[in-house]
Design a protein around this ligand. Structure first.
Ligand SMILES: *Cc1c(COP(=O)(O)O)cnc(C)c1O
Length: 237
């Protein structure tokens, strides 16, 4: 596996997808999904040009922070987060992508309040209504956005989704397109609050091309950069 070569390839794919959609490649961040990777691999990725790392598991986040593995890059939290682990994440990452329930939203805001900071967040939307995945239903999204904008400790920056695994090009485009539309609807409904929720975290190794075509501002890519993971990679904390 040649990390530098993989990063170049994925970045070129993102840029091509953006241009094909009439978008600026600079508007799409490549986030390296670093779950199961070692601190040394993370450092190598950052040396090779990765500017944002995304962690799935609190335990790995803490270990990599301890190792100073993210030096020179941002770190985001993208995985399932339990309310009792919020204290290990709030204030330690630039952005939490995976606010998936009202309970978690309130817990993150309360912890941020306690620390005297404002945590940037995205709302995770479960577009396909998959029981195996967390997130707000599209119907709940506006209510959650309103709640977030009323809580002092958080700043809502946008939406995130993890659609079902795609088996063919174009398959997930409708999901990505509906997340973009949902963000537009929320923005229109909440105009008075002067909020800026322009971030759309969507697209992974198998479908980032479609995500960028549909308006993604951040693709979260793991295996296309680091190679295949061990099967335990999808377990949660
Ligand atoms: C693992 C993971 C990714 C990256 O998945 P790949 O298919 O390896 O690119 C993206 N987002 C989340 C939330 C993940 O857990």
């Amino acid at each position: 596996m040649d990390l530098r070569e993989n990063i170049k390839k994925v970045r070129a794919g993102i840029d091509a997808a953006a241009r094909a959609a009439g978008r600026s490649p600079a508007d799409v961040t490549l986030l390296a999904a670093t779950k199961t990777q070692s601190s040394d691999t993370i450092r190598a990725a950052i040396r090779a040009g990765v500017t944002v790392c995304g962690e799935n598991r609190v335990q790995e986040l803490m270990a990599h922070l301890e190792d100073n593995a993210y030096e020179g890059a941002q770190v985001h939290f993208i995985g399932h987060l339990q309310t009792n682990k919020v204290k290990y994440v709030v204030g330690r990452v630039e952005l939490i992508h995976s606010i998936s329930s009202e309970k978690l939203l309130r817990a993150v805001a309360a912890q941020a309040d306690k620390l005297g900071l404002v945590q940037d967040i995205l709302l995770e939307i479960n577009l396909a209504g998959e029981a195996s995945k967390s997130g707000f239903s599209p119907d709940q999204a506006l209510g959650a956005a309103r709640l977030a904008s009323g809580l002092g400790g958080v700043r809502l920056r946008g939406l995130m989704c993890i659609p079902p695994a795609a088996h063919a090009p174009g398959e997930n485009f409708p999901y990505f397109e509906s997340l973009r539309r949902l963000a537009v609807d929320i923005r229109r409904e909440m105009m008075d609050n002067n909020i800026d929720i322009g971030l759309l975290s969507m697209g992974m190794s198998g479908d980032y091309f479609d995500a960028v075509a549909a308006g993604s501002t951040c693709v979260r890519v793991g295996s296309a950069l680091f190679g295949p993971r061990t099967p335990m990679a999808f377990t949660h904390d």
